[in-house]
Design a protein. Structure first.
Length: 208
């Protein structure tokens, strides 16, 4: 361990702690939904739908938590938009900028899957778009879409671990394995959330 690398612990409150947890859960759930669609059986499709139903709301909550943690929450859009020009702003050298854009992208992927699943189920009058919605979960386009969404989601999950190594570090975070640890944690919490919700549903597949 290099001298001087470990400094005061970051002042992250409950907003950020909950973001760590819920962001990982969203990524894990989306991954399970994608995995079922790609290699699962049709009878397991309800599980995939449930995964897509919970991923998008969790991402939305994560965005709200991060905004609330800002010193000036009303300026949250400054993370992605230049205030003086109105043009999109991406700073590849800034962990905060990269994270903001990744969360925005994952919100787009999970949101599209959420609306697509609503259309497949014919909810809120979206049934007439079910044919289009199925393209998000079937065929070449659906496969590429879901793989890309899962990749961005898992980037979000592992990014939080990398962020710990890029900021003020407690001793336990001084490891190259912290990002993979967060990735594994995301998958496990997503699976746990689905198991919990499935246990409460009567229409879940008997062998799920």
């Amino acid at each position: 361990m290099e001298p001087g690398r470990i400094v005061a612990n970051p002042e992250w409150g409950w907003w950020i702690i909950m973001y760590f947890y819920l962001g990982g859960m969203a990524a894990g759930a989306y991954f399970i939904g994608t995995l079922i669609d790609l290699v699962g059986h049709e009878r397991d499709r309800p599980i995939a739908k449930l995964a897509f139903y919970i991923a998008a709301p969790l991402v939305a909550v994560c965005g709200i938590l991060l905004i609330l943690d800002l010193t000036r929450p009303e300026r949250f859009w400054h993370m992605i938009i230049q205030s003086n020009t109105g043009w999109p702003m991406f700073k590849y050298w800034s962990p905060m900028s990269v994270g903001a854009w990744a969360l925005l992208l994952f919100g787009g992927f999970s949101g599209a899957s959420f609306v697509g699943t609503l259309a497949e189920d014919g909810r809120f009058g979206l049934g007439r778009f079910s044919g289009i919605a199925r393209q998000l979960h079937h065929g070449v386009i659906g496969t590429l879409f879901q793989i890309a969404g899962t990749a961005v989601g898992f980037f979000i999950a592992s990014y939080t671990g990398a962020l710990l190594n890029a900021t003020n570090q407690p001793f336990w975070s001084d490891s190259p394995l912290i990002a993979p640890l967060f990735l594994a944690s995301a998958a496990s919490t997503g699976i746990a959330a689905l198991i919990l919700l499935l246990s409460l549903r009567r229409d879940a597949p008997a062998d799920s």
